[in-house]
Ligand binder design. Structure first.
Ligand SMILES: Nc1ncnc2c1ncn2[C@@H]1O[C@H](COP(=O)(O)OP(=O)(O)OP(=O)(O)O)[C@@H](O)[C@H]1O
Ligand SMILES: [Mg+2]
Length: 265
């Protein structure tokens, strides 16, 4: 979709390990495409384990981690000319990692083989990712790597931060912890923060009360859905879930209620 004025929405998904962030991001991608309101869509996998491509049914080879290793190895080799050449090609190298389908673009942060802290390299890469993301209207990040890492390596400003949680006490404790990291420690700059409960089975009232206690808005509740379990078992992309999937339907509601009308920068 081409728009006269491009506005960006940056949506990030975070939360405790194994609560369904990747499954949610894949279904969110499908729902955003179905809504035809996302404009040009960029999906970013910030998890070094890179589970999202399979869940989306795509194959990705190049990652930002490869670019980082190339910069670090070139700097270590100490050949001045190569270093200058590399920094001038950085935006191109980042662009080369972009996977583009007919419907959306995809960027994998990947892992790095280089040991140590490389703040200046991260800053350079983050700047290139920012320049690249200017081309898109909606950016969705599966932020497995944790908020500090997302801030350091991907983006430090998001419009909508979704904390995904299961329905356990430990899940709720993580929601409370992340809420404090955002509202008190300002680990990441976000305009709207909310929780989405996943794998919900008849416990909506208790979950709503728990969210009230924590002081966080409930963006949605995604039911336990056996079709997700089945698709994940046979390795079928979640973007191909049946149109009447219960979880997908809840995510469509979330898109209609919280994303389509999102005020953007
Ligand atoms: N609504 C749902 N109904 C049924 N199963 C679900 C649902 N959401 C996620 N799952 C299942 O939960 C498991 C974990 O999901 P997923 O890999 O998306 O979690 P994650 O938060 O991305 O994990 P990690 O922290 O390891 O990246 C998967 O086996 C997935 O099939
Ligand atoms: Mg994941």
């Amino acid at each position: 979709m081409i728009r006269a004025n491009r506005h960006k929405r940056v949506i990030a998904v975070c939360g405790k390990g194994g609560v369904g962030k990747t499954a949610f991001t894949a279904m969110l991608t499908r729902s955003l495409l179905e809504s035809q309101k996302a404009g040009d869509l960029l999906v970013i996998d910030a998890d070094p384990a890179m589970g999202l491509p399979n869940t989306l049914g795509i194959q990705v080879e190049k990652t930002i981690g490869h670019v980082r290793d190339l910069i670090i190895n070139t700097a270590r080799a100490g050949i001045g000319e190569d270093r200058v050449d590399l920094s001038s090609r950085l935006d191109y190298l980042v662009l080369e990692t972009l996977y583009e389908s007919d419907d959306y673009a995809f960027l994998a942060m990947g892992r790095t083989d280089s040991q140590g802290c490389f703040c200046s390299v991260n800053d350079l890469l983050k700047k290139s990712i920012r320049i690249l993301s200017e081309r898109f209207d909606t950016i969705v990040i599966d932020g497995e790597a944790g908020l500090e890492q997302m801030n350091r390596q991907v983006m430090n400003m998001v419009d909508l931060l979704i904390i995904l949680s299961d329905t356990s006490t430990r899940g709720l404790q993580t929601v409370e912890h992340i809420t404090k990291m955002v509202t008190e420690d300002h680990v990441i700059d976000c305009t709207q923060l909310g929780v989405v409960f996943n794998r919900v089975i008849n416990n909506e009232l208790l979950l709503t009360q728990a969210a009230e206690r924590i002081g966080i808005e409930v963006f949605g509740m995604v039911p336990q859905d056996q079709s997700i379990v089945h698709y994940d078992l046979i390795g079928q992309p979640l973007t191909e879930l049946p149109a009447d999937s219960l979880a997908l339907s809840a995510i469509r509601d979330f898109v209609a209620n919280h994303i389509v009308q999102l005020d953007c920068r």
